[in-house]
Design a protein around this ligand. Sequence first.
Ligand code: MEV
Length: 316
Amino acid sequence: KNLSRRIAQPEAGERYAACGKIILLGEHAVVYGRPAIALPIPLAVEAMVRREGQGINIVIPRWGLEQPVHANTQGLSGILAKILKDLDLDRENMTIEVFPHIPRAMGLGGSSALAVAILRALDAQFDLGMDNSRINELAYECEKAAHGTPSGVDNTVATYGTPLRYQQVDGKPIFRDLRLTEPLQLVVGITGRESLTADTVAQVRNAWTQHPDRYNSIFDQIGSLTEAAEQALEQGKLGDLGDLMNLCHGYLNALQLSTPELEELIHIARANGALGAKLTGGGGGGSMIALCPDNPDAVAQAMQAAGYETLSVTVG
Ligand code: MEV
């Protein structure tokens, strides 16, 4: 089985890719069983596994990271060690090299993309015959180790790479592809302020634990905006979609997930004609998105003029 893949896999190793993600609507509420809409950022991370060296090493040249993979260590190395043990690869010699193409800790799904790309490279190099569903399952385990209580939306988009509606129902992930009537033009504004999803998810959980009714009603509101956005998206009603994004940001702000930089970027986007703008992902820094079907360049340039990096993404 998988003979063609083995032949196509030279000793030197090949790169395997995974997608990052943009949450269009529904972040945080999705952790509490409400739906979210997520869009892929193609080719966000690539990884390559070579059978060489002594023991297992991970190298991420762009981050200046080079370290042995050991069980019982914090962070990436410990998470990888656990996965390699589960795959019965922990006694192999290998170098795992990772090439991230999106900034880390900016709410763009880098950690999930990293896990999926590494799993794909391992699958190919060791001929494990894993399908997307297995890769997604293992990437979810990595997310749990990194973030505590993830909804699973990030690893699902990283694996399948299509626009998705995602929801956990009775603890099970239910997701389906979304059909866009036309390509969506988004500008991502990057605050440059790193934010760990684990922290903002814990912050929201604290508040929810103290006042469950109060916060459940906010999650319900975000949930119904997301349902409406799903329709707007599939019917190509971009004005509506922008309005729903703006409202959603209001609730995320109520959850205390916004920052002065995010607010500035959102203001710039709206002042330059974006149909909608909101924070995306974990918040507390990270990134925001602006829906700009007609004028992405003008919006991106205005953000850059204020000192921010941007990413223009066309989905669909
Ligand atoms: C992070 O990309 C999205 C959050 O909703 C967390 C999660 O769903 O696991 C903030």
